[in-house]
Design a protein around this ligand. Structure first.
Ligand SMILES: Cc1cc2nc3c(=O)[nH]c(=O)nc-3n(C[C@H](O)[C@H](O)[C@H](O)COP(=O)(O)O)c2cc1C
Length: 508
């Protein structure tokens, strides 16, 4: 049973565009009349690597990488129009990633048309067009595993017969619609879009076909969208470059003057705390043909901050007002970074993040969470923990993700040294696994708070798989045996045995 195909009928759509299709542009396209908006293609790996964060100040849900980069930001107001485009070469990974965002969007689309080297080398985008079995696997896995409709966007193949065979196979997977860009993967915008082939596909399939590729030749004004739909025999059209240059192309009353639209875009970007690099890129794309006609274009090229961009576009006061308002809300609300979180990771395990810092003063001599964790893994004959530390080059700070079998333990903080970051991640693991961490001081307020939040999550610890069984078995042993050993070592205040263990660990 095909899910909600009507969603894709009689629609005018903002096409997926890397760097362009971020929240401000999508909201602007919706404001001016787009019926559906695709986000930029986001690779499955990135979604799986990111942390899902509720942004209290903006009311958005953000997917944030460990270096703070926001790879996807969405607001509930766009949910009923938002299609998430995923880049993938693997069915299971695609499903896992899509499941992390499915409650935030109306549909999931698979990019099967991107001809860029990055995509092709990774077996994604247009590389899929020559792998029908892979296409089938990815699409059926998504169709069966997701509650929202699934679609894909392709380019045509050099031979009509092959194209028609491909689209029939795609339809057989149960997708709700198919986007078709009427050029082959070798062709560039200067090549004519094959509207007649899109029309043949639309006649052949029962699901809606979304026509794409008209920006260069056909779509200059709003009325041209209907002309393009007619030329391709499709009730829906997807527009990329004409919308990138001026999103008021979706406006039934006609396009608005470019400078007004750019200013409006900057305003929306300020409101949604869009980063300055992306904002600058989109402004320059909008100005593309008109850079020399307006001083704002050249000035934007030199901008180095959101404040600079706001000033150029006469919005500095507005920018400062919004900043003040947003920082007040953030101060009042406990940010997601202050909460314990648990997510599945790409290894099939869990990633647990706690707002914990390692305070050296709480520990005596060489007894530390790292040491205690090492002792624990050794006593359970588990592999040693692996510490994967990332250094942020801008300010030389460190964040560590500790890996124990498939599970990861980390904090949201960037520490002054690698050692502090490693100890903090070990403290997360000792808290989760109930390992006595050897502290000589009472647990800090921060640790108590994490423990309470962790209990409130009611996570069944036996879900944490390790090499020699699950954590329940391991923890039983810990409670009966190692806690005593730990106490003894504390009483002896760094005895010879633990010094040796420290050395072993440091060498490792
Ligand atoms: C800046 C830019 C970024 C793009 N990024 C994507 C993308 O992320 N996913 C995708 O399927 N197509 C992407 N495309 C291709 C467009 O979605 C579209 O297929 C192509 O531009 C033809 O449509 P048009 O004639 O309306 O521009 C991108 C195009 C542009 C210009």
């Amino acid at each position: 049973m095909v899910k909600n195909s009507e969603l894709y009928e009689n629609k005018t759509i903002l096409a997926p565009m890397v760097r362009v299709g971020t929240l401000p542009m999508r909201l602007l396209a919706v404001k001016y009349g787009a019926d559906l908006v695709y986000c930029e293609e986001i690779i499955d790996f990135k979604i799986l690597k990111s942390k899902r964060v509720e942004n209290d100040a903006l009311g958005t849900t953000d997917f944030v990488l460990s270096d703070g980069t926001i790879i996807f930001r969405t607001h509930p107001q766009e949910k009923d129009k938002l299609i998430f485009q995923i880049g993938t070469a693997d069915a299971k990974r695609a499903l896992k990633a899509a499941q992390r965002i499915e409650d935030l969007v109306s549909g999931v689309d698979v990019n099967m048309g991107c001809p860029k080297e990055f995509s092709i080398k990774g077996g994604m985008g247009a590389a899929l067009l020559s792998q029908p079995e892979k296409i089938k696997e990815i699409l059926t896995t998504l169709v069966n595993g997701l509650s929202v409709p699934v679609t894909c966007k392709i380019r045509i193949l050099p031979e009509l017969e092959d194209t028609l065979k491909l689209v029939k196979l795609i339809e057989s997977t149960g997708v709700s619609a198919l986007g078709v860009h009427g050029r082959t993967k070798e062709e560039r915008p200067r090549h004519s879009n094959r509207n007649n082939i899109i029309q043949t596909i639309a006649e052949l399939l029962s699901i809606p076909v979304i026509a794409n590729g008209g920006s260069k030749e056909v779509i200059k004004v709003y009325e041209d969208i209907a002309v393009f739909k007619q030329a391709t025999g499709c009730s829906s059209a997807m527009i990329a470059r004409a919308a990138e240059w001026n999103p008021t192309i979706f406006r039934a009353e006609g396009k608005l003057p470019l400078l007004d639209v750019v200013k409006e875009y900057v305003k929306v970007a300020i409101e949604w705390d869009n980063n300055w690099v992306n904002t600058k890129y989109c402004v320059l794309q909008m100005m593309h043909d008109n850079m020399l006609d307006y001083p704002e274009g050249e000035l934007t090229q030199a901008a180095m901050s959101m404040e600079d961009i706001s000033e150029i576009w006469g919005l500095k006061d507005y920018y400062l007002q919004v900043r003040q308002k947003l920082s007040k809300i953030s101060e009042g609300a406990e940010s997601q970074g202050d909460r314990v979180s648990i997510e599945t990771n790409e290894n099939g395990g869990y990633r647990i993040c706690m707002p914990l810092r390692f305070e050296k003063k709480d520990f005596s001599c060489k007894i530390s969470p790292k040491l205690k964790l090492f002792e624990w893994t050794r006593s359970k004959e588990l592999p040693k923990p692996t510490y994967n530390t990332t250094e942020k080059s801008e300010d030389r700070t460190f964040n560590c993700v500790l890996q124990l079998h498939t599970n990861e333990f980390t904090t949201p903080y960037w520490e002054k040294s690698k050692q502090l970051a490693e100890q903090a991640s070990a403290a997360v693991a000792t808290t989760v696994l109930d390992i006595v961490d050897g502290r000589v001081e009472e647990p800090s307020e921060q640790l108590e708070k994490c423990r309470v939040q962790w209990m409130q999550l009611k996570f069944e610890k036996n879900k944490l798989q390790f090499d020699s069984g699950n954590v329940e078995n391991c923890v039983k042993g810990e409670n009966s045996e190692n806690s005593q050993v730990t106490k003894r070592k504390c009483d002896n205040d760094c005895d010879e045995n633990s010094k040796k263990l420290c050395q072993v660990q440091d060498e490792s």
